[in-house]
Design a binder for this molecule. Structure first.
Ligand code: UDX
Length: 438
């Protein structure tokens, strides 16, 4: 059993805390938000993540998981400190490092014995060195410490599974002995552990996320071309995916990527490149195409309804992807706001993001279920591909609508079947013979 402190009770911090506790370690998780710590000590998770509350409660009961606002308490017996604080986007797309700085200063002031400090937050290349600098300068008396970068690759909605079954663990440090000790914490996960230098590890995270975002923008651009040429991007992606060099993942065309990572990390990498004199042309195109996908959905809708003023639009799904209540950078937010700016009335339903939606989109009428969304609308838009939307009676939906337009932003319905039910259907990247409206 190792003594571990985790700084930050956000997505990554909570999952890291719960999972390391479940692996038999003793964890103290620190956050500056007192209300959050109270909630957490009751065993309640402030975020929706399948399996997280249960895992937290089990480990709190077993005495292996504690939450506090006190650095002194959290660091008292710790051998390892994981930094998992937020790094939001600043005004120019750069990663905002104030929470990382606060964490480094907090550690410097409270540490009483040697520590291995592991950074899990996604931070610009070079931040590990900067953190080491802050701690050295802020310590009252010199105590040895070692900085390791350990980028986190987990996805929202499957975070526990991803933590416990990683494709790889990346550790970067100028001190291989420290990286080895962190590697030993991860041995129970039975995965490939890559040990490299600090800056390379930090770059691996950005490069991985930017590459996945590039795949999405690539297939979305192919989708736009498919629409012009009369091909079906879903079939194109299947055909491409059979090539082992390409693989089938991250080739779903749709409304583009959102969430707390891809948009922020691609922007941050672009910013890093720019300030160091590089020309990140591809990254810029990835972001442009992503914006275009959202705009394009509105362009189609506007054309099919002959304008948006006083039109009633239903939105199925609001979260940035299924199995999460997260609406950060979600396509739903941009699309709903634009529709309302153009005078449309919007009603919507999401299986779990309703509380979040009430805050983010106060002018959208939120209703109880998918069928209610369809009632009396001129057009229905699929924004998030929740499984429950795949099972709907589309006949019933069609009958309750005032109009017949169906914008399938995630390609979950069969265009021919929708046409037979009387919809004017427009998916993403499904050329004219695959839809009769797009
Ligand atoms: C992502 C990375 O996958 C993860 O490794 C990293 O740690 C954090 O960022 P997450 O933001 O939870 O995780 O979501 P993910 O499941 O990767 O999806 C990201 C976005 O891409 C979503 O908006 C999703 O709708 C979109 N997407 C994904 C597509 O549009 N098409 C695809 O084929 C796949």
């Amino acid at each position: 059993m190792k003594q571990i402190c985790v700084l930050g009770a956000g997505y990554v911090g909570l999952v890291t805390s719960a999972c390391f506790a479940d692996l038999g370690n003793n964890i103290t998780c620190i956050d500056i938000d007192e209300n959050k710590i109270e909630t957490l000590n009751r065993g309640e998770s402030p975020i929706f993540e399948p399996g997280l509350s249960e895992m937290m409660q089990r480990n709190i009961r077993a005495g292996r998981l504690h939450f506090t606002t006190s650095y002194a308490e959290g660091l008292k017996d710790a051998e390892f400190v994981f930094v998992a604080v937020g790094t939001p986007s600043g005004a120019d797309g750069e990663a905002e490092l104030k929470y990382v700085r606060m964490a480094a200063e907090g550690i410097a002031k409270a540490m009483q014995h040697p520590l291995i400090i592991i950074n899990k937050s996604t931070v610009p290349v070079g931040t590990g060195d900067w953190v080491a600098d802050i701690i050295t300068k802020r310590q009252d008396h010199p105590i040895p410490f070692w900085v390791v970068s350990n980028p986190e690759f987990l996805r929202e909605g499957s975070a526990i599974y991803d933590f416990m079954n990683p494709d790889r663990v990346v550790l970067g440090s100028l001190h291989p002995e420290a990286a080895e000790k962190v590697a030993s914490l991860h041995r129970p996960l039975r995965t490939t552990i890559q040990i490299t230098d600090l800056r390379t590890a930090e770059m691996i995270k950005y490069a991985s996320n930017a590459f996945l975002a590039t795949r999405i923008s690539f297939i979305n651009e192919i989708a736009t071309i498919c629409e012009e040429l009369g091909a079906d991007v879903k079939e194109v992606a299947i055909g491409m995916g059979h090539d082992k060099r390409i693989g089938p993942h991250f080739l779903d065309a749709g409304l583009g990527f959102g969430g707390s990572c891809f948009p922020k990390d691609v922007r941050a990498l672009e910013h890093m490149a720019l300030i160091h004199g590089a020309h990140p042309q591809l990254l810029r195109a990835v972001l442009d195409i992503n914006k275009h996908q959202r705009r394009q959905a509105i362009v189609k809708l506007r054309a099919m309804l002959n304008g948006l003023r006083d039109r009633k639009i239903g939105m199925l799904g609001l979260a940035f992807k299924p199995n999460t209540d997260d609406m950060r950078e979600a396509p739903s937010v941009d699309i709903a706001r634009q529709l309302m700016r153009e005078g449309a009335l919007v009603q919507a339903y999401d299986p779990v993001a309703m509380a979040e939606a009430a805050r983010e989109l106060p002018d959208v009428r939120l209703v109880e279920n998918a069928y209610e969304v369809a009632e009396g609308v001129d057009a229905l838009m699929v924004i998030t591909e929740w499984n429950e939307f795949r099972q709907l009676s589309m006949k019933r939906i069609k009958e309750s609508m005032a109009g017949d337009v169906l914008i399938d932003g995630r390609n979950i319905y069969d265009p021919d079947r929708m046409a037979r039910l009387g919809f004017r259907y427009a998916g993403v990247g499904r050329g004219p013979q695959h839809s009769n409206g797009g």
